[in-house]
Design a protein around this ligand. Structure first.
Ligand code: PMP
Length: 403
């Protein structure tokens, strides 16, 4: 009897990777940052590179106050908590970080998770159980899909950013059943934003609770940087806001804020909160310091938007195909026709001194190959000029643009 090789299912992927690297050049999924000089500059293979694929939107990773807060907590509270939030893993720093989130969002409750991935996993799998429904956008982030898998609810998908399809699908569900609609402010593959106002109105019409993942909206959308929902005037209308510390906040961690009166019970029943160690004291201290500063970061928000509009406009003018017609967020996705051109462009850009993210199916919608650019408030005007020049050079060298 021949026993199935557990790894045989990965053969197609191994073949794709071989093909990807067969023309030489660097492996897009094995980049090492040898030194990180600032939120926007690093050394890769001994050469200085501009970083344009970090989601470090507000450039908080090297903020002196943030670093000082982390150093102080590391010295005073040690390297880690070695425990769950519900046992020995809640320090005063975790509570202070939750207070900062409550102030930032103007909400009653905040729960800090060890990552944003776990925040979605925990909230979705815990809120909706057997006989209940989770309704998600087809292009939802992997953590939303995995949250659905972890729970016992029925999962319904609607067409990406289509209020009509959401309405149609909700109308088919039993009226009395509990329902959770999960939305994202910014969809991170193409950088497009959701028509949240229409979506929220429809979810409410069908008596569903609403969870909005603002991973890519926090920091720079809305007057207080709360996210796309704030920008669109939807405050007070969303039941749960999920977010991450790994983008605008500049460290690692996840959270959910809410005004739901029973919210605190989740600390006892949410498995990805209970059955894992809490964040190290230095991390929650950096997150708290960063969140407090982001509240007042209007100049940075403005500069980030200027950068995003300039890069989008410049790339569009050169003739690149982009994920959105106009700059909708700080993510600008350059769409390439196939893997070969995408990898060639990616490698060429890195040689010239620019790091972007390469994204390929199945992570991307509709089988697309993307070079995802995410701007930072710390990119200078000169950086953006240089970035545009590198795109032009790489585009011409690879034949993506006419020479
Ligand atoms: N939600 C969305 C929309 C994301 O893009 C991400 C991360 N890419 C997450 C959640 C998970 O965040 P974290 O990195 O904190 O796990």
């Amino acid at each position: 009897m021949q026993v199935t090789d557990l790894f045989s299912k990965f053969d197609p992927l191994i073949a794709i990777r071989k093909e990807m690297l067969s023309h030489g050049g660097r492996d897009p999924f094995a980049v090492v940052m040898e030194k990180v000089l600032s939120p926007t500059k690093a050394i890769i293979k001994g050469k200085p590179v501009i970083l344009l694929g970090t989601y470090n939107y507000m450039g908080m990773t090297f903020d002196p106050d943030v670093i000082a807060a982390g150093e102080k907590a590391l010295k005073e509270f040690g390297a880690g908590t070695t425990g769950s939030r519900v046992l020995n893993g809640t320090y005063q720093g975790h509570k202070a970080c939750e207070e900062a989130l409550k102030d930032y969002y103007g909400m009653e409750h905040a729960m800090v998770f060890s990552t944003g991935y776990q925040a979605n996993l925990g909230m979705i799998s815990t809120l909706a159980g057997k006989g209940e429904y989770v309704i998600i956008d087809a292009d939802s982030h992997a953590s939303i899909y995995d949250g659905c898998r972890l729970g016992n609810a029925e999962i319904i998908r609607f067409r990406h950013n289509s209020p009509e399809d959401l309405d149609r699908r909700l109308a088919r569900l039993p009226k009395e059943a509990g329902k959770l609609v999960v939305l994202e402010g910014v969809y991170s593959m193409l950088g497009d934003i959701a028509p949240l106002a229409e979506m929220v109105a429809i979810a409410k019409k069908h008596d569903a609770l609403i969870l909005d993942d603002e991973a890519h909206g926090m920091g720079f959308f809305g007057k207080n940087g709360r996210g796309v929902f704030e920008e669109l005037g939807l405050e007070g209308q969303i039941d749960f806001i999920v977010g991450t510390f790994s983008k605008s906040v500049g460290t690692v961690g996840g959270f959910c804020v809410s005004n739901h009166p029973q919210f605190e019970v989740l600390r006892l029943v949410c498995r990805p909160y209970v059955f894992t160690a809490s964040l190290p004291p230095s991390v929650v201290a950096t997150a708290e310091a960063s969140i407090r500063k982001l509240q007042k970061a209007n100049d940075k928000r403005e500069h980030l938007w200027k950068n995003s509009r300039r890069l989008h406009g410049g790339l569009k003018e050169m003739g690149f195909k982009l994920g959105t017609e106009t700059a909708q967020s700080a993510i600008i996705a350059v769409i390439l026709p196939d893997q070969e051109q995408a990898v060639a462009m990616w490698q060429n850009l890195l040689e010239l001194g620019l790091y972007v993210n390469l994204a390929r199916p199945p992570a991307t919608p509709a089988g697309m190959f993307l070079l995802r650019c995410s701007l930072c408030a710390e990119h200078s005007d000169d950086d953006v000029t240089e970035i545009l020049a590198m795109f032009k050079k790489a585009g011409q060298a690879t034949g993506v643009l006419a020479a």
